[in-house]
Design a protein around this ligand. Structure first.
Ligand code: AHR
Length: 502
């Protein structure tokens, strides 16, 4: 049986872990908002129409921030449609998802939902079909103190205190040809820089996210980041990264190594941002907001889900409702390992999305809410990855992939929380057919530390949780043997594990 060895040293740190790494994303798309977080006729709905069973799961998931309201949706969105008396709100065509937007939920309702969920709201402005003035307007409405027209409108609509939104996204995926108002890097750099500068004139403490490329596969990737940062550097704080993974042509070996792509993507964007920093002789460092990431079976969307009938504009259709397998959850767990490994520069991230739409939480109208397989690695990582990321030496056998060449069979990261003294190890076995013995050298930790582990794996790597069988897959406790300075456990093929060392 192959074996892999990790050496833990609490003094070898990568950087502090920002809680915003465990964010998610709610877009007006499919059944994420309507029939997802909001279903006033559901028996579990609260007085505001929000499903309490969903709120409970969101809290259990440990979601720190929620990006809202899109996504592609935001590039055609008029924020003012979603505020004020519901009966006066317009119904609009949402061109991004070929749906009808009823505007029953808007900024004030969502901010109230985020408070209930215990999550920070991160708001995206429309820079696809709108510009500087509209961004300033929604900022005044959201954050202004009473005394000016738009802030007073919020008060009149029932929210006396400003929402106090700190993080703002300057549009969404503006390089994508599918995006309303898609731009060249130069066009976007101009509008993003002007919007950022105007928003900072209102409040210099805002944290602004400029759009990076919509994926590292875009033809302008690299140049886009450089051009945008050269123009907007001093007024923005983050640049975004987006990445979705799915098996291509049945190549599961490469799919299981998707985190290799995420590692390279992050390191390329950091290098580009730092090159701009050096050329500007700036002291300021740009952080990464990895504000869309997940496994997403996009091929299924294009072949099955996509609405193309010109007269069909449904309300809250079932779109992008991927059912996730154990293998998908192992990939998600590994992507979290990649994000943690870059905690020094990735200080915000959003699992896309939260409910029903490529989501860890699923719901049925009038029926139950349940956890997808991907729920488990996210919830456990959010709960246990505290303090700092450790620079872990991983000594593991490797395997050949079509996409990335040779990659390690085992990938891992560890975190250390000085306050509680707890160390956590997160690891995956990417092998499709072999168990791996994981040895953890704990000689530099407290000799009396106790170890426990929870594992995600299944004899059927395609097993899922469904409406009919919502608890088919869950985590299980596994034994960790300790012999002096070495702890040992066995990782089945295609598995994810968290080891707690207290
Ligand atoms: O998350 C689904 C979509 O993926 C988002 O709307 C868009 O930003 C991305 O292309």
């Amino acid at each position: 049986m192959p074996s892999a060895r990790l050496t833990l040293d609490p003094r070898a740190t990568v950087g502090a872990i920002d809680r915003r790494l465990f964010g998610s994303f709610v877009e007006h798309l499919g059944r994420c908002v309507y029939d997802g977080i909001y279903e006033p006729s559901h028996p579990a709905a609260d007085d505001d129409g929000f499903r309490v069973d969903v709120l409970d799961l969101v809290r259990e998931l440990g979601v720190s921030t929620v990006r809202y309201p899109g996504g592609n949706f935001v590039s055609g969105y008029r924020w003012e449609d979603g505020v004020g008396p519901r009966e006066d709100r317009p119904r609009r065509r949402d061109l991004a998802w070929h749906s009808t937007e009823t505007n029953e939920i808007g900024l004030d309702e969502f901010a109230s939902w985020a408070r209930k969920a215990g999550s920070e709201l991160m708001y995206a402005v429309n820079l696809g079909t709108r510009g500087v003035l509209d961004a300033l307007d929604v900022l005044e409405y959201a954050n202004g103190r009473a005394g000016t027209t738009l802030a007073d409108r919020r008060v009149a609509n029932g929210t006396t205190e400003p929402h106090g939104i700190r993080m703002w996204c300057l549009g969404n995926e503006m390089d994508g040809p599918w995006q309303l108002g898609a731009s060249t890097p130069e066009e976007y750099a101009e509008i993003a820089a002007k919007t950022a500068s105007a928003m900072k004139q209102v409040d210099p403490a805002l944290e602004l996210v400029v759009c990076g490329s919509s994926s590292s596969q875009m033809p302008t990737f690299g140049r886009w980041e450089r051009v945008v940062l050269e123009r907007a550097y001093e007024d923005v704080d983050f640049i975004s990264c987006h990445a979705y993974y799915e098996p291509k042509g049945g190549d599961l070996g490469s799919f299981l190594a998707s985190a290799t792509d995420m590692d390279r993507f992050i390191e390329s964007v950091v290098a580009t941002a730092d090159a701009v920093k050096a050329a500007r002789r700036s002291d300021k460092e740009i952080a990464i907001s990895f504000d869309e990431w997940n496994v997403w079976y996009q091929s299924r969307f294009h072949e099955v889900d996509k609405i193309t009938d010109v007269d069909d504009w449904p309300v809250a259709p079932r779109l992008l409702e991927d059912g996730y397998s154990v293998m998908d959850a192992v990939v998600v767990g590994n992507l979290l390992i990649s994000l943690l490994r870059h905690a020094d520069r990735v200080t915000s991230a959003s699992l896309a999305q939260l409910v029903n739409v490529i989501a860890p939480i699923m719901t049925e109208p009038g029926g139950p809410a349940w956890r997808q397989t991907t729920f488990f690695p996210f919830a456990e990582t959010s709960r246990h990855a505290r303090g700092v990321t450790l620079d872990v030496a991983v000594d593991a056998p490797d395997y050949e992939t079509a996409r990335f060449g040779r990659v390690p069979l085992v990938d891992a990261v560890a975190t250390y929380d000085a306050d509680s003294g707890a160390t956590a190890v997160f690891a995956v076995n990417r092998s499709l057919d072999e168990e791996v013995v994981l040895e953890i050298d704990v000689s530099r930790l407290d000799a009396s530390a106790s170890l426990s582990a929870r594992l995600l794996s299944d004899a059927d790597i395609h097993a899922r949780n469904t409406l009919e069988d919502p608890e088919r897959v869950s985590l299980r406790e596994v034994a960790v043997d300790r012999d002096g300075d070495v702890a040992t456990l066995t990782l089945p093929a295609v598995s994810w594990v968290v080891v707690e060392i207290r």
